[in-house]
Design a binder for this molecule. Structure first.
Ligand code: AMP
Length: 355
């Protein structure tokens, strides 16, 4: 059994975006030094961390040197190459492990893993050719969604298809191994953010209700209204996934809720998650502290909310509205990104109300 890290220890984070930034802020509060490994200079996390290494994820020598210089390594980006994660794990405890990355990086592997671990998903077919795309559509029925197996996020790398022609054209456009997913007739999208400690303890936040626009999360309401049965089922699913991966840290499970209450897993994210940002202001222990507690081998904190929350993402030019959100009583979190490009997550605002 590994020993718990002591205050003053250094935790290394692979990835330096806003999730790394909020982890670094939480880590500082717990007395850790946070070191960031990120390919891009001047990253959001680097500006609040103790130190930053700027190098490519594929630079295994740099990854090894980074891991040797810290007491534990974690990640905030699910597309860290598995080979780099394995290299880090040779030199320091890697939490969560590389298996979670391997599973979550490929939609086919991910859905297969979920189905093997008692978590239902939509029906799906692997698609490796234009002919396979139209055959799969015939099999699943339209409309269906063609998605690249790898590197899709925020609705990128996917297309809704209704006819064989559309399926073949979409495959040609995506130009990569894909899966075709049956369309989920969901009444709403919800998610559960849960943590597993080094000792196997599991703690989950209440499920949240999430609204997407253009494939990007816009708003989260938590706890999700009327989610009694969904909470129990979401916790069962999260537990199966966390245990199946022998996971340490915070993980999010994105779910489709159907009319009859069935929950289908859309995807899992092996990291802190945008649908857990509400916990920063509404819970005794937020998801960032919870993740670091797990990584450090500390006892998990109490995830119970003391308030209900509505989280609003600030995307692109929305960030210029920070003042109006402050005036309206919102708790504003900005990520320090230099430029408000369209579709870019610039910050978020939490509005609290009595629970
Ligand atoms: P993803 O990138 O897979 O998380 O998909 C982004 C968004 O597209 C989801 O949050 C849903 O709103 C929608 N979506 C993705 N897959 C499906 C599906 N199989 N059925 C219905 N809607 C979907």
């Amino acid at each position: 059994m590994s020993e718990a890290l002591k205050p003053g220890a250094t935790i290394g984070i692979l990835g330096g975006g806003q999730l790394g930034r909020m982890l670094a802020l939480a880590g500082a509060r717990l007395g850790f030094d946070i070191a960031i490994f990120e390919p891009e200079a001047d990253c959001p996390a680097g500006r609040v961390a103790a130190r930053t290494v700027t190098a490519a994820y594929e630079d295994l020598d740099a990854v090894a040197a980074f891991a040797r210089s810290v007491d534990a390594v974690t990640y905030e980006f699910e597309n860290v190459p598995v080979a780099s994660a394995l290299e880090a794990a040779r030199h320091a405890p890697l939490r969560p492990g590389a298996k979670a990355l391997e599973i979550a990086q490929d939609r086919l592997t991910e859905k297969t893993f979920l189905n093997e671990h008692a978590a239902k998903t939509v029906r799906f077919e692997p698609v490796d050719s234009a002919e396979a795309a139209s055959r799969a559509l015939d099999w699943l029925g339209g409309p269906a969604i063609l998605k690249t197996r790898r590197l899709g996020y925020d609705g990128k790398g996917q297309a809704v298809v209704r006819t064989a022609e559309e399926a073949e054209a979409a495959f040609a456009r995506l130009d990569a191994p894909c899966i075709l997913e049956a369309f989920a007739p969901f009444t709403r999208e919800i998610s559960v953010v849960a943590a597993r400690g080094l000792d196997g303890t599991i703690r989950a936040y209440p499920v949240s209700e999430n609204v997407h626009g253009g494939g990007i999360l816009r708003e989260t309401t938590a706890p999700a209204p009327g989610a009694g049965a969904a909470q129990t089922e979401a916790l069962r699913i999260a537990t199966a996934v966390l245990e199946g991966l022998d996971y340490v840290g915070v993980l999010a499970v994105e779910l489709f809720e159907l009319e009859d209450g069935t929950l289908l897993v859309n995807e899992i994210a092996p990291r802190v998650h945008n649908t857990g940002h509400w916990t920063m202001d509404a819970c005794a222990t937020d998801q960032f502290e919870q993740h670091l507690r797990a990584v450090a081998g500390w006892p998990l904190g109490d995830p119970a909310p003391h308030s209900a929350a509505r989280m609003v993402n600030l995307i692109g030019d929305d960030a210029h509205g920070w003042r109006a959100h402050l005036d309206a009583g919102g708790l504003v979190h900005l990520y320090g990104k230099r430029e408000a490009r369209p579709g870019r997550k610039m910050g978020h605002v939490n509005y609290l109300s009595p629970i």
